[in-house]
Design a protein around this ligand. Structure first.
Ligand code: ZN
Length: 274
């Protein structure tokens, strides 16, 4: 599932492909639910003829700021992605001025495009983006201390910090040597500081490696150029259950935490004082 590094990679590549500044000449929606709650006709009418002025990102949301003043807010959910080439799973296609065509593909069909007057309608519900300065050590410490929730679901909660999903949370907790079921208010200053740095680190490395692809299946993340993310070989915890911890050699274990499959090292991440 695309998380902050994957969405950031796609946004950068769409800019590099010159999508910004181009007019949307035609709109084709192959899967009507993509643009819910608007009808295909209403979405197409409001988008056609406008220019994509800017592409930006907050958390896992990508935004196309249109010359009409409206914004398309895109959430890729499980398997959404973009290509400049046509494909079997294209759900939405924009023909752009001066030649290129933008293809939104989505094998699982869960991704959503919301046309809004003001992005704040959605952004107000999010915590600070994990890679911005607003997500600061002080903010993080206070957010963790005033709650008594398990650490993993708490940092997955987009209203607390925007951008993390299952992959990078498992990576950050492994990096910080913190058990995923620890209560947030049981973490001391040193642990919170280590975890904060680990979150920033795993996301930055993920962006640098153009995101993570975990398999070769068609639902897997691919960047705009059709390439798998380069982060797969760098993953230390996520998807490695039964394999040895690269730090201590213990076999990693898989458990379910708040309904999410979770891989961790029972030795490095043992410290369990509720
Ligand atoms: Zn270990």
């Amino acid at each position: 599932m695309p998380e902050l590094p994957e969405v950031e990679t796609i946004a950068r590549q769409l800019r590099a492909r010159g999508v910004e500044g181009r007019k949307i000449l035609s709109v084709k929606v192959n899967w009507a639910r993509t643009v819910e709650p608007l009808s295909v006709a209403s979405f197409s009418r409001q988008v056609r003829g406008t220019t994509i002025d800017e592409i930006s990102r907050v958390g896992k949301w990508m935004m196309f700021l249109l010359s009409s003043g409206k914004t398309i807010m895109i959430h890729l959910r499980m398997a959404g992605g973009f290509s400049m080439e046509p494909g079997q799973h294209d759900r939405l296609v924009f023909k752009l001025s001066d030649g290129p065509t933008l293809h939104y593909r989505d094998t699982r069909k869960f991704g959503r495009w919301k046309l809004v007057d003001d992005p704040q309608e959605i952004l107000d519900k999010l915590g600070p983006d994990a890679l911005t300065r607003q997500f600061s050590p002080t903010y993080f410490r206070e957010a963790m201390r005033k709650r008594h929730r398990m650490i993993k679901p708490l940092i997955l909660d987009q209203s607390i910090v925007a951008g993390l999903g299952n992959i990078y949370v498992d990576e950050a907790l492994w990096e910080a040597k913190i058990h995923p079921e620890r209560r947030s208010d049981s973490l001391d200053d040193a642990e919170l500081s280590t975890l904060f740095k680990a979150i920033k680190h795993v996301l930055a490395i993920g962006v640098k490696n153009r995101g993570t692809s975990l398999g070769d299946g068609k639902t897997n993340y691919r960047d705009v150029e059709g390439e798998a993310g380069g982060h797969r070989e760098k993953v230390k915890a996520y998807g490695r259950s039964g394999k040895p911890c690269v730090r201590c050699g213990t076999f990693l274990e898989k458990i379910v935490v708040a309904q999410r499959g979770t891989t961790f090292c029972p030795v490095c991440q043992s410290g369990f004082d509720q």
